[in-house]
Design a protein around this ligand. Structure first.
Ligand code: PGA
Length: 257
């Protein structure tokens, strides 16, 4: 992984494949990334399904000279080995060379009922093995229409308090913008990212390193405008990370930001 200091200055572009990918397609995609120039100002990561993480990590080492970080989409809330059928621990993710772990993606809370308490356990597990958690937060359309977005986000961020780290990475993903083609306006993004920044400082202290990514229908056409918004330190990209062309265009926009 790149040096700690550098990565907290870079724009992060993380692809979230969700439940997509096949061995052969993944390989083909990795090979296409070979032609991508190295960009010092941008950190690139890919979050693949757990079964493909080792494939990705190996490809990144061998083909890509570690220019792309290996990211996991989730981790177990249980810290240690044991009788937890189907679970994958933070230590296992570290063992295969994972760098960053998404925590609390809204699809985890929507389909698996994950709330703050579980997310906090996962954050601790990830930090305890030296990996970087990327906490996802976001309000529903209903909550935004009721004018409750800041209250909701503040509650989700509250799990950051008292964590044993000086590095905080958060992805703001309004639930109504995920996979819908509906992007938040730059004003909405600016207001929320400024708010999140302030909240993190008050929860974690003024001396923390902070990255706040925007996520929700980011694509090749809107990325540049989003990266230009204050306190937008990158993007978490779902659908558009599945094709080389659109993901590379977003990385390019981050580089030019
Ligand atoms: P999307 O997904 O870019 O397809 O909207 C983003 C995410 O859920 O991380």
């Amino acid at each position: 992984m790149q040096s700690e200091n550098t990565m907290w200055q870079q724009k992060w572009v993380i692809g979230n494949w969700k439940m997509n990918g096949r061995l052969q397609n993944n390989n083909a995609l990795m090979h296409r990334f070979r032609v991508m120039p190295t960009v010092d100002s941008v950190l690139i990561g890919l979050a693949a399904p757990t079964v493909y993480l080792l494939q990705l990590h190996n490809a990144m080492q061998i083909v890509l000279n570690n220019r792309i970080l290996t990211c996991a989409q989730d981790v177990s809330k249980f810290p240690d080995n044991g009788a937890y059928t189907g679970e994958v621990s933070a230590e296992m993710l570290a063992d295969i060379g994972t760098d960053i772990v998404l925590i609390g993606h809204s699809e985890r809370s929507l389909y698996f009922g994950e709330k703050n308490e579980i997310q906090r356990l996962k954050m601790e597990n990830v930090l305890n093995v030296g990996l970087i958690p990327l906490l996802c937060v976001g309000e529903s359309l209903e909550e935004r229409e009721a004018g409750r977005e800041q209250e909701v986000i503040a509650d989700q961020l509250s799990i950051l308090k008292g964590l044993n780290t000086k590095n905080i990475a958060v992805a703001y993903e309004p639930v109504w913008a995920i996979g819908t083609g509906k992007v938040a306006t730059t004003d909405q993004i600016a207001a929320m990212h400024g708010f999140i920044h302030k909240e993190i400082l008050s929860l974690c202290g003024n001396d923390v390193n902070i990255r706040i990514l925007y996520g929700g229908s980011v694509n090749a056409n809107n990325a540049a405008a989003i990266f230009a918004v204050p306190y937008v330190d990158g993007a978490l990209v779902g659908g558009a990370s599945l094709s080389y062309e659109s993901f590379a265009a977003i990385i390019n926009a981050a580089q030019e930001a």
